[in-house]
Design a protein. Structure first.
Length: 187
């Protein structure tokens, strides 16, 4: 049976149509990060600078001279620590790392959060399944990260045994994908 078209049905259709230009497809496809819309047609850096949760990461990327790299074509998979993640480090660590004389160490830490290629959470979980519960991800820095599932969450274990949980996954970028993590990973 066909339902009659009512004024309410017409109003809902008009309202939905009028909202579609306001909410672009790229904005609807990505989660909000740090109170900001993330757009799949922008680069990792273009989006990260708008996240209030990633101001420390952005400052570190600038200090390490990695802006051009992470603005490049990639693709990259970035495990992006939040400001809270950086705050877990011992007092003064970030201030020390962003000094020009510590650029090499900062670069080593930041590139340890990057994997070449675009790996969605689905890709990582498939690798974990294929690996019998663990997947080794080779970072741009050169050392591996171990990915696994714990209590239904994607977890990364660094070279020192530290663990970071992915809190926001699959934030698509024009040059890769970001997964927000709650802890800074250490090579």
């Amino acid at each position: 049976m066909f339902k009659p078209i009512t004024a309410r049905t017409v109003f809902i259709a008009i309202a939905a149509a009028s909202l579609s230009p306001v909410l672009s497809a790229s904005a609807m496809a990505n989660p909000m990060v740090g109170g900001a819309a993330m757009y799949s047609n922008k680069t990792i850096v273009d989006n990260a600078v708008n996240s209030k949760d990633h101001t420390t990461l952005v400052a570190a990327v600038k200090a390490a001279g990695l802006v051009d790299t992470l603005s490049g074509p990639g693709p990259f998979t970035v495990f992006a620590p939040t400001n809270e993640a950086f705050n877990k480090l011992p007092a003064g660590t970030v201030d020390t790392l962003v000094k020009p004389e510590n650029k090499d160490m900062l670069t080593k830490i930041l590139t340890y959060h990057v994997v070449a290629g675009r790996m969605t959470s689905k890709d990582i979980m498939a690798a974990i399944k294929a690996g019998g519960g663990k997947a080794m991800l080779t970072t741009v820095q050169g050392e591996p990260l171990t990915a696994s599932m714990m209590n239904g969450k994607l977890v990364l274990t660094d070279a020192k045994g530290g663990m970071a949980t992915v809190s926001i996954k699959d934030v698509m970028q024009s040059n890769g994908v970001i997964h927000v993590v709650d802890t800074v990973l250490m090579p």
